[in-house]
Write a protein that binds this ligand. Structure first.
Ligand SMILES: Cc1ncc(COP(=O)(O)O)c(C=O)c1O
Length: 347
């Protein structure tokens, strides 16, 4: 029986084209700036997101950290959503390594930050206050359901912030999902931010790695900070080669994952015992709550696993199913049937 693993798009495996590119990659020492494959990937990434320069980093978490460190000094304050990945899932890195204070504002159900709330959170001139240096936005916003935020929504948060002389970083781990879902060039989603991180290793299927991008001057600082946190990787072209395939061959097919997620959401909607999170333009995620007292989250998850379906658990009664490369239409149908069987016995 095929295991249908919907826990995350991070479980994707490199494609045959990636493995071939990795095998054949031309290599050098990237810390010395001499790995031609990494250099190609960085130029390609910068061009895709409309920034002057880009940098290859081992993970999204490191990419966000390197950007935050490159924008801020110890003692500064960073504003972000209370559901932000950087706030919840990155081990407090900004505080631990940057000596920064995180100031959260509530995310709206679709993942948006209310622009006025963000402006109100900016500190004024006062000897008692830490200076506000940075605002972080996230698109798609993972914990809020992975809905795509439009260029206008992102601009509405970022532009007033930048008018106050404060920088903006985009955690765009899945910004290509957002762009594909909206039918816009990804540059439209990055035009009003100073730095962006996006992941190659999620829906785009590369085995390892993320990119950060911004101005040339910013990227010089980011390169130093990457070295400081141990992200200088020598012959990293062997990995970057897969990243080039990810960016050139794997972006458009994200639309298939989104179509599968829609079918899954339609199939789960209205099922007794479930309540779907429906707050915006869906990409590759389906978040749902278990709303029956006849089973516990642990038992429900185990019963689905016996049917060969794995879903992610987000605490309380909240679950996540993520579609990705390797999940086909028939897997979505099998998943819906598995849910029906599991819930029938428990509602
Ligand atoms: C929105 C978001 N940002 C950052 C990350 C971190 O990426 P990584 O797992 O590569 O550290 C993730 C990972 O799931 C994510 O969903």
């Amino acid at each position: 029986m095929k295991i249908i693993d919907l826990r995350s798009d991070t479980v994707t495996l490199p494609t045959p084209a990636m493995r071939k590119a990795m095998y054949e990659a031309e290599l050098g020492d990237d810390v010395m700036g001499e790995d031609p494959t990494v250099n190609r990937l960085e130029a390609l990434a910068a061009e895709k997101v409309g920034k002057e320069a880009a940098l290859y980093v081992p993970s999204g978490t490191m990419g966000n950290l390197v950007c935050i460190l490159s924008h801020c000094q110890r003692g500064d304050e960073v504003i972000m959503g209370n559901q932000a990945h950087t706030f919840i899932f990155e081990v407090g890195a900004a505080s631990v390594f940057g000596g920064l204070q995180v100031h959260t504002v509530p995310n709206e159900p679709d993942g948006m930050l209310n622009p006025q709330n963000v402006l109100d959170a900016i500190r004024g001139e006062n000897i008692h206050f830490p200076p506000t240096r940075l605002v972080c936005v996230e698109n798609t916003q993972n914990k809020c359901g992975g809905f795509a935020l439009s260029p206008e929504q992102i601009d509405s948060v970022c532009l007033p912030v930048k008018e106050r002389g404060i920088s903006v970083h985009l955690d765009g781990a899945r910004v290509f999902n957002a762009a594909v879902a909206l039918g816009v060039d990804v540059k439209e989603l990055t035009r009003s931010v100073d730095s962006v991180m996006f992941c190659l290793s999620k829906g785009l299927c590369a085995p390892v790695g993320s990119m950060v991008a911004g101005s040339e001057e910013f990227m010089r600082r980011a390169r130093r900070n990457r070295k400081m946190v141990g992200g200088g990787m020598r012959q990293a072209g062997v990995l970057a080669a897969a990243g080039i395939v990810a960016l050139t061959e794997m972006v458009d097919r994200l639309a298939d994952d989104h179509a599968n997620a829609r079918v899954l959401a339609d199939g789960l909607e209205g099922m007794e015992g479930l309540r779907l999170e429906q707050h915006g333009l869906r990409t590759n995620m389906v978040f749902f709550n278990l709303v029956t007292d006849r089973t516990t989250p642990t038992e429900f998850r185990a019963a689905l696993e016996e049917e060969g379906v794995k879903v992610g658990y987000y605490g309380g009664r909240l679950f996540r199913a993520v579609t990705h490369h390797g999940i086909e239409q028939q897997d979505v149908r099998r998943t819906i049937e598995a849910f029906q069987r599991v819930l029938k016995e428990r509602t």
